[in-house]
Every structure is written in structure tokens, then in C-alpha cells.
Design a protein. Sequence first.
Length: 272
Amino acid sequence: MTTADPVLLLAPRINETGLQLRTAAGRRGLRACTATSWQAPPGLRGSAVHVYGGPLFGDAVGRELGLGLLEPAADWLTRLPLALTGRRVSFGTLAEARRLRRPAFVKPPVDKLFAARVHPDGGTLPGPELLDGDTPVLVSEVVRFGVEYRLFVLDGAVRAGSRYAVDGDLSVAPLETAGAPGGETAEVLAFTADVLAASASGAPLPSATVVDVGRTEDGRWAVVEANAAWASGGYAADPDAVLDVVLRSGGPAAQLPSTDRPFLRELPDVVR
């Protein structure tokens, strides 16, 4: 195998999705290896590397391996119409959120710098001794989801999906069998198509990404969030289809189309 052959690199702490992707890669003759440390394996330099792992691992190896890690814009949710989000969402700083005097759901838009949850007010958010006030956050009205689904999207079309939560608790099932007899799977796909259409017309997403949607307690469909596919769990989604999305979302930067350039994660310099 030459150094130009594609390689799937998995983070040292491999999870269930990573194991599934490694098996799926093997079925199509794609070399897969699991890192033994948080450094780029020397034998992979010069290869066409695709990565699957968390943001910290992507940051650790991304620049040295020439990766183009795609992630949705931090303020993507705020660009969607209220009819799709089901609640008002704003993008701002942690310092601003600390001044909240009402309940709100607050989360970091990209990296998990603190737990995403409902806060009774801004006083329960991490203080300045833990995080800088200019840390970006998403603040939304409180909405409770009865059921939530993850969709893996490639070139504007759903390639795979899975249910992952019911009433806020982990509840995994393949998208094809997760719906009730009333045809909830069809509703999931129809609503996601509306979300992707809105994204194409004013709230763009990278060509390979993950979109989470759910049905709220009052029966409405709403977007939960969007995430980087190269760092997202696949749950019960078809691993072969998930692999297609992961390979595009976390592969060589030189292979990305120009339309994906705005969605490149900013990678730190390599430190040795």
C-alpha cells in the first residue's frame, strides 16, 4: 500500500461508532487504524487521511495531517426560521448569558466546554474563573423533546439516521424501525427535508454533516442542532452510510470543494 492510499484514522479512545466504522472500512478495502496517542502517527504523514474522533483529537492531528474538518457554523440555528426551530435562539457570549434573569437552555455551539442544559438564570453558568466571558454560546427558549433523531447528511440528502432519545433519555433504534405505526419515520424525513431546503436557501451547511431533529412534547417537529459528522455518534444508523458522510466531513483539505471552505474548523498549530 502506498502513502497515497486513503486511511481512516480513529481516536485512541475508540467508541462503538468507531468500531463500526472500522469494520465498514474493512468491507470496502479501506485501511483503518486506531491511534495509540494524541499525536499523528508518523507512518501516516503523506497519506490521504480521514479522521473519526472527538474535537480534541481532530485538533491534535488535523494540521499535521492536512485535514479539512467540516463543522456547521456556530450560529446556524439562529439563521433558521422559527417554524423550524420551534423556539427563539440567539448567538452571543457567555458574559451576556450570565446576565440572564430567566430560564434558558444554554450550550456551547461547537465544543463541549460545559454541559448543555436548562439554567434557571445566568447565575448558574460557569464563572469567569472557569471560562472567559467571550466564549460563544447559544441561548434558546426552553423546549422539551419527546423523541429525538440523528440524520447523517451528504450533499443535501439524508444518507442514514437513528433515533437516539425518548423523553430526554437515551433510547436507540434504527430510523427504519424507530417510528410508531403512524409513520413517524416518514415525518422525520419530511421535516428534515424542509430543514435542508431552508439551509440551502439561507442557512447553509457543509456538504457532510449531522442534523438532529425531534418532536416536542406538544407534537411539533423542531430542529435540535447540527454537528460535525467526524465527531458524532452513529447510534443505530447504517455504518456504511455513516462512513460515507464521515469520510467527506473529516478528510484531506485539498480534496474539499470550494463551497465547503467556509465550514473548515480552525486548527491549532502543531506543538511538539
